[in-house]
Design a binder for this molecule. Sequence first.
Ligand SMILES: [Zn+2]
Ligand SMILES: [Zn+2]
Length: 143
Amino acid sequence: MAQLADTALAEALRARGLRVTPQRLAIARAVRELDGHVTAESVFGHVSAGMPGVSLPTVYAALELLQDLGVVRRVATGGGTVVWDGRVEEHHHAVCRACGVIVDVDAALDPAAVTAAAQAAGFVVDDAQVVVRGLCSACRRAA
Ligand SMILES: [Zn+2]
Ligand SMILES: [Zn+2]
């Protein structure tokens, strides 16, 4: 499975005339293995142990590139932190305002109205995601 994903990514990179580097493969693998919503810093922490040449800027650049290739997706958290998701199919997120946990929200939503409104405001739309903000169940129990 991991091998298959590596092969698919290598093909996508080559199709764009980009180099298949061990760093790019390792960074994509880290997003998959960390399984969830990850920051560049946690990806860096995951890959840097086994790959001393990797720097945080390398990770930032690779994540942007992987997003262009459709391998990872930037999560709209509604906050300043950039979070990446290995799950690229359409879904939304709930973000806890106390602990910051991010949970997938699977709901079919038609983003056509918001997309059209954003376009009317002059935007070229990349992506429309819904962010639900609130208090997660663990924080509610602790309160
Ligand atoms: Zn919470
Ligand atoms: Zn997600």
